[in-house]
Design a protein around this ligand. Sequence first.
Ligand code: SF4
Ligand code: SF4
Length: 107
Amino acid sequence: MSTTITEECINCGACEPECPNEAISEGEDIYVIDPNLCTECVGFHDYEACQAVCPVECCVPDPNNREEQPTLLARAIKIHPATAFPDVLPANLTRFSNPNRQKAAGE
Ligand code: SF4
Ligand code: SF4
């Protein structure tokens, strides 16, 4: 599922350059994530890069935008047509299929 930024955001900007998909931008009040570009970092990291650097850990899964790994990988391929992604990714890479992912990433 797409990651979203909550109102706890302190507008530090640390997450923006970390996103492999340039999905994060400065919004009117807080930083925002474009769900059409967020892949939960599938294809690049086995953790959410935004959440990993966020000082207040306010980059969280959007329960209203649940997507499975094939959808997220397909999006990554579409956004990065010149990048060679592995044919097979480890199973349960996403928070949708593995709610413990955040814990496993050591966050
Ligand atoms: S989870 Fe990854 S792809 Fe999604 S906004 Fe955060 S850094 Fe970008
Ligand atoms: S790193 Fe966290 S607090 Fe900083 S801009 Fe991004 S979401 Fe907001």
